[in-house]
Design a protein around this ligand. Structure first.
Ligand code: SAM
Length: 381
């Protein structure tokens, strides 16, 4: 489970510790947690925990996914993280078979997730005007087996537009000036159905420029979202009794306490009678409500409470031993009604409770979405 601790502790996992690895028998993976032979990984189920040679550390070998790639990829630019990727994918209605444009490619974080979502039946046209980034992304797409799903083009899309016309269901623009690419995006989008666009901008001034460009180009249903992460702490709490149940339990506890008191008084009388003979016994019985006897009784109760063995060993006290065991638990837990209830009748039932932490994290940018309606619908509306 993820920790909710605020400070970094020794041994905490960081995303730096998620490392991509191409399993190559004959090679070794070396880290400060030990050395691992790649050949040892072959044939293991994904998710296996593998110990190091020296037996000091261990690693988990995980199946590569776009989520892990986003956590581990070499950053060449700022990237999209999973909260935004999921939101954009859902709100652009990207699904298996979708045809999608993204610009720019950057470090390829968004590209990997989209490639998985659209699958073999879909296609992603990705554009990037920084040549080194294009070459690196091309290498990675090939290594990860998604080259046939992604067409990567080295191009300035604000100046030169896209390479396809009336072709795509969705466009995602993660550029410094998306408004300059809005008209080009419109040409690339299908006109026989509703299509969607999303522009990712870091500040409100840029959002306003994008909204103006979208309005001018005839896009409708323009909405801006901000994705923020609010952690929920989920804990298991015992199910609390209703007021009626609590009242009933308190009554029972009261009856048990009274029974116990009676047993203690009887045990005390019996012990004294045994020790001092019949005459003294008669006097004790007559005096049982006087102060000195009360003191003796209360001392005796205290001894029981502390779990001393003498009472348990006392004659004529077998019934009290069993009862005493239960009562000691009640009393040692404390005088509070809740504690007594919980200790005398422990409840196995638990309920998951979610506490929303006040802190809000995760602002990266504003996401502006809009729709382009089919040409026929546009002309009649
Ligand atoms: N979405 C990407 C990801 O998740 O890895 C990150 C994109 S990065 C923030 C923006 C990229 O857009 C940069 O690599 C930049 O070189 C590229 N870019 C900026 N203006 C461009 C343009 N006019 N045409 C094509 N690419 C452009």
């Amino acid at each position: 489970m993820w920790s909710t601790a605020r400070e970094i502790a020794s041994g905490d996992l960081t995303r730096d510790l998620v490392q991509p690895l191409v399993v190559t028998p004959g090679k070794e993976f070396n880290s400060k947690y030990g050395n691992y032979r790649h050949s040892d990984f072959v044939g293991l189920p994904y998710g296996s925990k593998v110990g190091s040679h020296a037996g000091k550390g261990y690693i988990h070998v995980l199946r590569p996914t776009p989520e892990l790639w986003t956590m581990a990829l070499p950053h060449r630019t700022q990237i999209l993280y999973l909260a935004d990727i999921a939101f954009v994918t859902a709100h652009l209605n990207i699904k298996p078979g979708s045809r999608v444009i993204e610009a720019g490619t950057g470090s390829g974080s968004f590209s990997h997730s989209v490639a998985r979502t659209i699958g073999e039946a879909g296609h992603l046209w990705s554009y990037e005007f920084h040549e080194t980034r294009v070459n690196k992304a091309r290498e990675e797409f090939a290594e990860h087996g998604i080259s046939h799903i992604v067409t990567l083009t080295h191009r300035n899309v604000c100046k030169d537009g896209f390479t396809v016309t009336n072709e795509v269901d969705a466009v995602f623009l993660d550029l410094p000036g998306p408004w300059d690419a809005v008209d080009h995006a419109k040409s690339a989008m299908k006109k026989d159905r509703e299509t969607r666009i999303c522009c990712f901008s870091p500040c409100m001034e840029q959002v306003m420029r994008t909204v103006n460009a979208l309005n001018d180009a005839g896009f409708v249903d323009i909405k801006m979202f901000e994705t923020l992460l609010r952690p929920h702490e989920v804990i298991q709490n015992p199910v609390m009794p209703t007021i009626a149940q609590a009242g009933e339990k308190l009554k029972k506890a009261e009856v048990r306490r009274e029974e116990k008191r009676q047993r203690q008084m009887a045990a005390s009388r019996s012990a004294r009678m045994h020790d001092h003979g019949a005459k003294r016994k008669r006097e004790d019985t007559l005096e049982q409500d006087d102060d000195p006897t009360d003191v003796a009784n209360s001392k005796r109760v205290k001894v029981e409470d502390e779990g001393m063995a003498d009472l348990a060993a006392a004659p004529n006290n077998n019934g009290a031993i069993t009862a005493n065991g239960r009562n000691m638990v009640e009393m040692s837990v404390g005088a509070g009604a809740t504690s007594t209830l919980e200790s005398s009748e422990p409840s196995a039932a638990k309920v998951a409770v979610s506490k929303v932490l006040p802190e809000v994290r995760g602002h990266t940018s504003y996401l502006t979405f809009a729709s382009l309606l089919p040409a026929i619908q546009q002309s009649t509306s």
